[in-house]
Design a binder for this molecule. Structure first.
Ligand code: TRP
Length: 343
């Protein structure tokens, strides 16, 4: 048993998003749209990260419907089943099982050092469960199960990717042999700062699901009147004449960038169009470009959500494809650790 072979020699890309809260423009422009653009060059696995979702207090009444929503949004945003597999993390039990095995070779202090754990734990005070500490080992399992070559993530996940590589190396050193490593070390693909969409209420912080104010973000499923309202109220500055790349005007740069990405115009064209504009003239343009760009996604999302039979079949086929690879990696690891195989 060795590291799995890939379809037509293509490299394998893997990434996932948690089913908590709505996806917003940051998730779309910074992540999903980039996956869509290059998907035909790779063999892709995109999953809904629902096991990670319960590391913080979660709502049992909405978990299943939010899982459906994320899967439907993947499709609505253009993830194409000819190139990509979509599945739900909790449907493939190997994720939980490999996590246990990797837990037992991961030093505790590697996890205690994780910046995201420390920040979340500080915010949550007393209410920190073991899963929150173990979150990065589950993420390592997600990646290592599929022998992923490339893992596109945001800057905030960089440390988790390094940890994944360290866990894989440690297991390979302890239980593999030089010629045939047990686990494949993935390459992170960290989004550059330029691809970051910033908050509508503060141009220096990232647009985020966890910001308590919904006015700080545009969700992919926001209706047109809400988009208008959010853009009308968003933070700007008192200057007339709009420009990119002025560090003293972070909101201006962010809103022009959004306009550029959503309208499909070039940076030069937007710079020329907006150089003499005031906010009163620009905001309706941005609102219209946003509404236009999101309409096809919203229409497609609605149609898919109304056809649960179809969505279930996508997730069932996704699970089957994912399971073949995941189960084979799990057997490889168990074998390397010396387990008695079931007869
Ligand atoms: N932790 C990631 C995030 O918050 C989500 C995630 C979980 C993930 N498992 C993954 C991303 C595996 C890439 C690969 O963004």
């Amino acid at each position: 048993m060795s590291i799995s072979t890939k379809t037509m020699g293509k490299q394998r890309v893997l990434s996932g998003i948690q089913p908590t809260g709505n996806l917003h423009l940051g998730n779309y422009l910074g992540a999903i749209r980039n996956w869509v653009d290059v998907q035909s060059e790779y063999e892709n696995f995109f999953f809904v990260v629902d096991l990670h979702a319960i590391t913080v207090p979660h709502n049992r009444a909405t978990l299943a419907s939010e899982t459906y929503t994320i899967a439907a949004l993947y499709l609505a945003c253009g993830i194409d089943l000819n190139y990509s597999t979509i599945f739900v993390q909790s449907h493939v039990t190997a994720h939980s099982e490999l996590t246990w095995l990797l837990n037992c070779i991961t030093p505790l202090n590697w996890l205690e050092r994780m910046i995201q754990f420390r920040e979340k734990a500080r915010k949550q005070g007393e209410n920190v469960n073991t899963g929150l500490l173990d979150y990065p080992v589950l993420m390592a399992s997600d990646i290592l199960l599929y022998d992923a070559d490339i893992v596109p993530v945001g800057e905030d996940q960089k440390q988790h990717l390094e940890l994944t590589r360290n866990i894989a190396s440690r297991l390979n050193e302890q239980f593999g042999n030089k010629k045939e490593p047990v686990l494949k070390l993935p390459e992170p693909l960290i989004r550059t700062a330029g691809a970051r969409v910033m908050s509508l209420t503060d141009g220096t912080s990232k647009m985020s699901k966890s910001d308590p104010s919904d006015m700080s973000r545009i969700n992919l499923l926001d209706p047109p009147d809400l988009i208008n309202k959010k853009i009308k109220r968003c933070k700007t500055d008192p200057l007339k004449g709009l420009t990119f790349d002025d560090p003293s005007r972070p909101e201006c740069d962010n809103l022009l960038t959004l306009y550029m990405l959503l309208s499909g115009k070039t940076k030069e064209a937007v710079a020329a169009e907006c150089q003499d504009m005031g906010w009163g003239q620009f905001k309706p343009l941005l609102a219209e470009a946003t509404i236009e760009a999101l309409k096809p996604i919203q229409d497609k999302h609605k149609a898919i959500m109304e056809d649960k039979g179809y969505l279930d079949s996508v997730l069932r086929e996704g699970r089957q494809k994912a399971e073949v690879i995941a189960d084979s990696t799990l057997s490889r690891v168990k074998n390397a650790l010396g387990y008695l195989p079931p007869s």
